[in-house]
Design a protein around this ligand. Sequence first.
Ligand code: NAD
Ligand code: TYD
Length: 334
Amino acid sequence: MKVLLTGGAGFMGSNMVRYLLNKRQDIELVNVDKLTYAGNLDNLKDVTGHPHYSFVKADIADREAMERVFKKFHPDVVINYAAETHVDRSISRPFDFAMTDVIGTLTLLESSRASGVTKFVQISTDEVYGSIEDGEWNESTPFDPSSPYSASKASGDHLVHAYWKTYGFPGIVTHSCNFFGPYQYPEKLIPLFITNLLEKKKIPVYGDGAQVREWIFVSDHCAAIESILDRGVAGESYNIGTGNRITNLELTKKLLATLDATDDSIEYVKDRPGHDRRYALDATKLKSTLGWKPIVSIDDGLRSTVQWYRDHEAWWHKIKSGEYLAYYKEQYHG
Ligand code: NAD
Ligand code: TYD
């Protein structure tokens, strides 16, 4: 099976490239990535040179570039991980999000349709549903996004469904809870807090820290996408949820305990505008129809994630002393 995977130099995309190449002999994979600030070829050092792997630096919103890639490779399947992904950046730079998450998705859909792709898996987020006080979202819950990030992802997801209804194009949309694990860019809560604590710096908790997020470890998400690649039904959506829900403050306390730090490291800062209060997914459909289930608990996942960041200081140090530092200073410290 020929797989075109986009965004494979980012956090989750690179984990999936590694997962598929290690596990599946039947797969030939091309990774298409623009290498934005979040794309990092250091994430893929161990697969470079693999006989079934190739890399193309390109923007998914560039129609000519996509036509060239599809003509050359002729993929059977497309998995779209490429996106602008950080909610805080979407508040200050919304156009980047619309360009990649909306126009990029549309461009990829159009090239995929023209090239006869037989399955298109859109990697999306639970954030498209908005915020829920009690209960859980299922796949029929209407979208109600709060941030330019989630609104752009929701638009991309609508386009995937519209391509199914209009052209019979076999797209599938996945809505996942928050990822965590190795290679996550240290702007998101878990890697930011771990690396700040390793550097003996403060950790910025937004608002009162009582927001609830649901968490999935990388290997569980890779297995969910593999089950959708193999058995997912065209035109459907699947929620990828674990039920592992926790407030940001509870999560912060777990990280403090794992890293032998105290509450003194916490700095309560101004809340994020439009901050969603609670996310909660009903993943019954994925579990009962495709047989997937999550295996890694929050505590086990956090332990191995903390260990990974301890063991890969050079990886995150390089990031935190470059582009990231300039961005972070601009956002939070004038
Ligand atoms: P990331 O920010 O770590 O990586 C994104 C990758 O996409 C980078 O390699 C970047 O270079 C690439 N990219 C960005 N714009 C591009 C463009 N125009 N053309 C080609 N490549 C481009 O992202 P992540 O956290 O690994 O998320 C991957 C996907 O999963 C995204 O679609 C995101 O919306 C979705 N998602 C993420 C989470 C999460 O918790 N991080 C949860 C649910 C869904
Ligand atoms: P984040 O990792 O940015 O993911 P998302 O916004 O996509 O859920 O944030 C997770 C939660 O942590 C979210 O409620 C915002 C909060 N947060 C902080 O309190 N401090 C931080 O420095 C960051 C980055 C996030």
